[in-house]
Design a protein around this ligand. Structure first.
Ligand SMILES: Cc1cc2nc3c(=O)[nH]c(=O)nc-3n(C[C@H](O)[C@H](O)[C@H](O)COP(=O)(O)OP(=O)(O)OC[C@H]3O[C@@H](n4cnc5c(N)ncnc54)[C@H](O)[C@@H]3O)c2cc1C
Ligand code: HEM
Length: 389
């Protein structure tokens, strides 16, 4: 796709961004057009389409913004296409989505800006996206959906549970990837979770789930998940992971349940003969938020290439946390805990210019940490994180 076409798409997007509440209005207008003109697609979507249900629109915006980086974008779209098999999406639905999005953007841009050339640019961009997703879905031989039975649930914090499932058949994912799950309490509301263990031939899988205040799905997982419950899981996504035989040193930064895909990678690396030096910063608000230090301690003790530094924003535990001791304080193999904002702490250790960096956590934490590292001299091209929607 040439740079003029990309520029035309970007310019029309600027009209959306320039308007107060533009992205939310775009999402609302997109769904209104989609459901009016193509009522048959309504059933794919959750019953409640509140203001937060704009992940599809955000994703399309994210992809359109990366049309000039096909080597990164096309594999991402292929993964999304394989994953979208879980909805039962057919090629005709891509036309419906593309046409509705184009109509919604056109309203913002206004007829003056919307020339024939702009219209063709949008058609070209959306066709590339749709064709890549459809092509990958059609070629895929793995199941569209796996079924998993909850075999264990462990509450490690008041609002954080470790949940283990037995899949009906093994899933091949790379440690560091994520996948979407649907739980029985929230039909049609798929959410991404990151396996906390590497893939195994027995189909056992583990997730760490934090209940997000005001969220639809995560509080329901915390409140209702019980042994014997059936979940649905879809194809793996994401490009985090450490290539075999890499010589580049690693820097990993994970907060909260963001530790899950990082520990999965460290566990996979521990099976290899040689590994690059890796420094993991594991963060939380309170010391008790560092719920997985025992695993990390075991990994650090038996793998000399690994350094683990715990970081918390405060030294105090919340009032509801039982006991006054510091969890993990006496565990071997871990560095001394540091107090401070994680991005600032990590950046303070140096520019990390010789490292490949992975950042995992809530979107605001990822953005702030990335910003801090870039300000300290880390090159953007060496920093990786998952898409933030
Ligand atoms: C690549 C990826 C991997 C993920 N892996 C995990 C995982 O392993 N474990 C896990 O618990 N979660 C993980 N998440 C987050 C998860 O997918 C859900 O977004 C989260 O559980 C909230 O869903 P919800 O339905 O409860 O909230 P929603 O109803 O979707 O949202 C409610 C509100 O909460 C806000 N919100 C959403 N997520 C967060 C967050 N993380 N922190 C603060 N506010 C938030 C939303 O902006 C919204 O305002 C991952 C997300 C991504 C993108
Ligand atoms: C044009 C290319 C498309 C892109 C880039 C895209 C991307 C995404 C992404 C990233 C999500 C959020 C995560 C997820 O649940 O998978 C999503 C959600 C969804 N997509 Fe797509 N999608 C596209 C086309 C379609 C089409 C054609 C359909 C079928 C009608 C569809 C149906 C859905 C549904 C039902 C959701 C869940 C919405 C929600 O829970 O709020 N998507 N899409």
């Amino acid at each position: 796709m040439d740079s003029r076409t990309v520029a035309l798409i970007r310019t029309t997007f600027k009209a959306v961004a320039a308007e107060e509440g533009g992205p939310e209005k775009l999402a609302r207008s997109f769904y209104a057009i989609l459901f009016t003109d193509y009522p048959q697609v309504r059933d794919f979507f959750p019953a409640s389409m509140d203001a937060q249900r704009d992940r599809l629109v955000k994703a399309i915006v994210y992809t359109l913004d990366r049309l000039e980086e096909p080597d990164k974008l096309l594999p991402f779209l292929a993964q999304l296409g394989r994953d979208h098999r879980k909805y039962g999406v057919q090629p005709a639905h891509y036309v419906a989505v593309a046409t509705s999005l184009k109509s919604a953007v056109k309203v913002f841009a206004g007829t003056e800006m919307w020339t024939d050339e702009v219209d063709r640019a949008w058609d070209e961009g959306l066709t590339i996206i749709g064709d890549t997703m459809i092509g990958a879905a059609e070629k895929e031989m793995t199941p569209a959906v796996w079924h998993g039975t909850v075999v264990e649930r462990r509450d490690v914090l008041r609002n954080l549970a470790v949940i283990r499932l037995q899949l009906d058949q093994p899933m091949r994912y790379a440690a560091g990837q994520y996948l979407s799950v649907q739980v029985p309490a929230r039909p049609r509301m798929w959410r991404y979770l990151s396996p906390a263990v590497p893939a195994n031939a027995n189909g056992e899988i583990e997730f760490h789930v934090r209940g997000v205040l005001g969220g639809w799905v995560s509080p329901a997982i915390i409140a209702r998940t019980a042994v014997g419950e059936q979940w649905q899981l879809s194809s793996p996504l994401g490009g985090l992971g450490i290539p075999r035989n890499t010589k580049r040193k690693m820097l990993m930064i994970g907060c909260g349940t963001g530790i899950a895909p990082l520990r999965a990678q460290l566990m996979a690396m521990a099976q290899r003969r040689t590994n690059p030096r890796t420094h993991l910063f594991v963060g939380g608000h309170h010391p008790c938020d560092l719920y997985d230090l025992e695993t990390l301690s075991r990994l650090a003790v038996s793998n000399k290439w690994l350094t683990v530094t715990p970081v918390t924003e405060t030294d105090e535990n919340p009032w509801w946390y039982p006991g006054s001791g510091e969890p993990g304080a006496a565990l071997p193999g871990l560095e001394q805990r540091v107090t401070g904002q994680i991005g600032k702490v990590v950046a303070g250790f140096g520019p990390w210019s010789d490292r490949d960096v992975q950042i995992v956590g809530a979107p605001s934490m990822v953005q702030t940490t990335k910003f801090r590292l870039m300000a300290a001299g880390t090159q953007t091209k060496n920093i990786r994180h998952d898409p933030l929607f």
